[in-house]
Design a protein around this ligand. Structure first.
Ligand code: 7PJ
Length: 271
């Protein structure tokens, strides 16, 4: 899988095939409803579809490899029956990623930044697959207990610098990585806002930047909105991200973010 990062922001549509995800968990569990969601995202202009079978919401229950595979592989096959769109596999488990790649996924999205499963770095090396490494303070079970940073942006950047050097030492070059500051993963509302304000600083790492802000709770806390009413606010943040040089936006409502980023790009390219 080779991803082109040009002047256009890539929009990654979220396909959660979990019974307990915070916003759309349980909505897409029958084959028909998964297929409908895929078609909606394709028609709306998605560039990538991100398939995830393990909820990473705060305090979520862990899922076995077998259960996760039972969730994600049929979804990947349904995408492949319809389209050659790049597919990312949202997992921290190398075994799940390996089987997903065999079914046609072409990007690994590891919210642990290659920390939870030591086999992930070997898989990345053997396959040359692009890898999204996300920052998280703590683990999904404790990350929102009492997040603390002296300088949230500096600390996330030094986390990436360490991860990229470690990966290089394990035979995976920097150019294979996409970095993601991990909105909502061990962050307060204030931390999330600081990350979004100072997004341009992450580009200094020399890797494409991904942001996953869609429907997250900081939007709900700031605006007093329930999870199913956060798509307009999500699209507004998408436009800001596009202006600040983000390469990939991971969102639930693909259509609204496509509109937002195409406008941001048109403004940027005007005289
Ligand atoms: C993210 C993710 C994110 C990346 C989730 C949700 C929670 N992967 N997986 N970045 N969030 N790379 O769907 O909002 O922010 S799961």
């Amino acid at each position: 899988m080779h991803l082109e990062f040009g002047p256009k922001v890539l929009v990654m549509g979220i396909l959660n095939v979990t019974p307990d995800s915070f916003s759309d968990g349980g909505c897409f569990l029958s084959e028909g409803s998964i297929a409908t969601q895929i078609d909606t995202m394709l028609q709306a202009g998605a560039d990538i579809i991100d398939v995830g079978g393990e909820s990473t919401r705060p305090f979520a229950e862990p899922v076995s490899i077998a259960e996760e595979l039972d969730r994600v592989l049929p979804a990947i096959r349904l995408i492949r029956q319809r389209s050659a769109i790049p597919i990312s596999i949202d997992t921290t488990k190398a075994e799940v990623a390996r089987k997903a790649l065999a079914e046609g996924a072409g990007i690994i999205n590891d919210i642990s930044g290659l920390r939870f499963d030591r086999d992930m770095v070997s898989l990345a090396r053997e396959t040359g697959t692009p890898v999204i490494i996300m920052h998280m303070q703590g683990t999904p079970s404790d990350m929102q207990v009492d997040p603390h940073y002296d300088d949230v942006v500096a600390e996330i950047k030094s986390f990436f610098a360490e991860r990229l050097a470690w990966a290089e030492g394990n035979g995976v070059p920097r150019k294979q990585f996409i970095v993601d500051p991990g909105i909502g993963f061990g962050k307060t509302v204030g931390h999330n806002l600081t990350i979004l304000k100072r997004l341009a600083e992450f580009s200094e790492l020399g890797c494409p930047v991904l942001i996953g802000h869609s429907r997250k709770s900081f939007i709900g806390k700031l605006l007093g909105l329930e999870v199913d009413a956060r798509d307009a606010a999500t699209a507004a943040i998408s436009a800001l991200c596009a202006q600040k040089g983000v390469s990939i936006l991971r969102v639930h409502d693909v259509g609204m973010t496509v509109q937002a980023v195409r406008l941001a790009e048109a403004i940027e390219q005007s005289e």
